[in-house]
Structures are given as structure tokens and as C-alpha cells.
Write a protein that binds this ligand. Sequence first.
Ligand code: ZN
Length: 466
Amino acid sequence: MKRTFHFLVLLMSALTAMAATNGPFAIRGYYTTFMRMPTFGLPEWKQMIDSMKEDGANFLFLWTAGGFRSKSFPITWRYNADHKNVDRDYAHELIDYAHSKGIKVVLGFTPFAYDGVNQLPLEHPELKATQKNGQPANFWGLHAWGYNLCPAKEASQKFMRDYVREMFFEFYPNADGLLIESSDYAICYCADCHGKFFDHEYAFVRQISDAVWLAKSDALIFVYPRYFSTGQVPQFGVSGARQKFDPRWSLFFTPHSAPIHDELAKQARSSVYWNDGLTIGTPPKIRDGARLARQRGLSGYIASCEPFSCIDGPPGSHNPRLKPFHMAWLHDGEMPLNELPVRLNRIAYREWTRQPALTDSAFHDILGRELFGANTDFQRIQDVLFLQDCWFHEADWFKPPKLHLPSDLKQQAAREKWPAERMQPYLDRVKHLRDIERRYATATSGAERQLHDVSTWILRPWDELK
Ligand SMILES: [Zn+2]
């Protein structure tokens, strides 16, 4: 009897260990830049939430600064006046809808930089940050063009507090918390910030966190590790700060700006690893993101899902409106998540966050069944993986891959005097896509039809070159 009991205890702990290494993540979901999707209204966002639900998500990082009609600081949204949520506020309803599907929502913004915030120096140039060379910050942005702020100035601190308080307490008190995304592109190098930039930034982070927790003690607040570790902060050539970590915080790690810090992660309420896998990546990138998060014992893996529909460039750039995931066939405002290349990434996200140890071949079986039905042949699976790779290989946030722009590609090759072997991989891809286009020419519906249509779409400008 005793022996049986021991055996059961051992079995239970083995099963628990297996679940810990291969069960679903506690936090699963997408990071979205709401403010850079001006054409989506509530109906489209409900579709987005429904899609997330299908993907097994329970979390949405909704980057909101610059995308709501602040009463205190109208300058923060003026550049984004045609955003549907600026025109008529619906994000409150969107958050309620997410909750009805079991999805928590935290509001994202960057302290002293990026969208919304970087507009303030247009009215208050005295708050501009200083560059390394001693000059004031450059006019720069992604969609929201402006200047990053110096956090050593009290007026910058007050603005950040008031702006985020307004966003969280007045506009969206139904949100579950905040993502305080420390900048990945600029800091301030003025005399007051020298060696202390992240201490100044931390002062705001601490104050807003306390204010939020005072009103909502279970609010989730995600912060970056750089305030609590003196290791070098990527991109800036400066060290982080030595502030005390409050275990009520959750941590957000990224491959390019916030390396995973194991000791801090252990102290945090929760911790997630992010990468761009869903927006400009492939299933292997999603797999690797999930596996890394699991290996390091984090609570979640978050993929960026950013179907931009904004206009990039400074005001007056006259650039065309971006198409979500560069899918130029979509109407303005049309949701792209069921288009084949993205759908494939979504399936990858769902499966690898449910089971990070899933093998590639098991994933291919699931993919085949879902897209083409039972007993599909391997050819179809290979074709869909290849097409997906052609969609996102070399894609940039704001630019489609070179394969989609053959005349630019050829000009670049001529300008830079490429040897033939550098062009050959593109030509090989074109040839391969022609085979796919032919193979599915008679398909009338479903993933097979999309295989044909997307191949045709990539090939058309190549045909026009001739
Ligand atoms: Zn400064």
C-alpha cells in the first residue's frame, strides 16, 4: 500500500514536471500597436479578439498612447486625428469585449518617447532630449514623428504622469494594467541625465505604478529589466540603474532591447518574452521564441501582431497608407488575420505556446489537417511553408520583402554591382512560385486557392518586368 502511494506520488510529480516543460504558457497573446492601425474600428477589433481567442490567447498588449483623444494633451493625437478611436472612442468597449472572451488587456506606452508622447516637444521644444553629440533630439518617428523627451526635467515627468493617469484612470479604467515599454531607440545624454537616465525614467515608473496599484491592487504592470540591473542596456552604450525590484511588477523581455534576466524573472509576478514572429517572422521563429521562453522558465511568450494601416513618414511625406502585413489586395480597414501567410503563423503560435516541445513534423501534421483536411500530402504542406517564407523573408516593419519589388531589387543589384549568385536565390524563388501557381491553378476555394492567388500576386510584377 505504502509502496503504491510512493509510486503515485512519483508519478504525479513526474507528470507535473512534464506539464511544466511542455504544457501551455500561463500568458499567451499578442502585442499590438493599436495607434498605428487607424483604419480599424470596433467591428474589426472584435474580429481581432475572436482570432486571438481561436489562437488560444488570454492576453492582449494594446499599445494605446497616441491612439486616444486625450483632453489634457490634444497635441498627443493631432498627428493621428484620422484614427477611428480618436474620432469616436471605442477602446473601452474593445477591452470589455476582450474580457468577455477571457482575454486580459494591458495598455502600452513608452516613457518619454515614441507615439503620442513624442508630440509634446512640438509645443514645448524646451523638453527635447539631448543626443550623444550634444545636439537636441532629431525629429524622428514611426508614423508619429516628434522628439523624445528629457526625463530629468520636472515638466516631462509631470506630463508623463498626467498623460498616463488620464489614459488609465479616465479613459480605460477597465483595462487590467500597463505595459511600460522603455525606449529601444533613444535616451537623453544631457548633463543631468549623464549616468542617471534610467534613474530618472524609473522615478516616473515607480510613481505611476504606485498610483495604479493604489486604485487597483491586482493591476498587472509590465516593466523592463534595465532599472534593476547595471548590465549594459542594448543600443545605448550605458548601464542600467540599481533600483530595488518590487515583486508586484511583471517583466517584459525582448531579443533586441531587453535580454532575459533569470534572477529578476524569478522575483517577478510574471515574465514574458516577446519577438516579432507573427508580424515579420516564420513558424521556426515562433517555435524558437516559445522554446526560449520555456527554457528560461518565463510565464509567457508574446508575439508581435502589428498589421499597420498608418502612413509612415513625417507629416506631408505623401507616402501611401500601409497595407496590413503588406497585403496590398486588402481594402482599407479589412482585417488580414485569415490571409494564408498570417494564418499559418497564427497556427504556429497557437501550437507552440500550447506545447513548446512540439516537433516540426507534428506541427506539419497539424497544419496539413487544419488547412487541407485529413490525409493531405506533404507537397501541400511544403508549398504553404514556402509561400509563407516568401511573404515574410526579408520583410521589414514598413517595407515589403525585396522579392515583392523586383524593379527595386534589380536597380539595387545594378547599383551595387551584385555578382550573379547574389540574385540567384530570388530567381529560384520565382521559379518555385511558378510551380506552385500552376499546381493550384484549378483550385476554387480554401487554402489551395490562396496558395495560387498569393503566388500570382508575388509573380505579377516579375511578369511586368519582362
Ligand atoms: Zn536629459
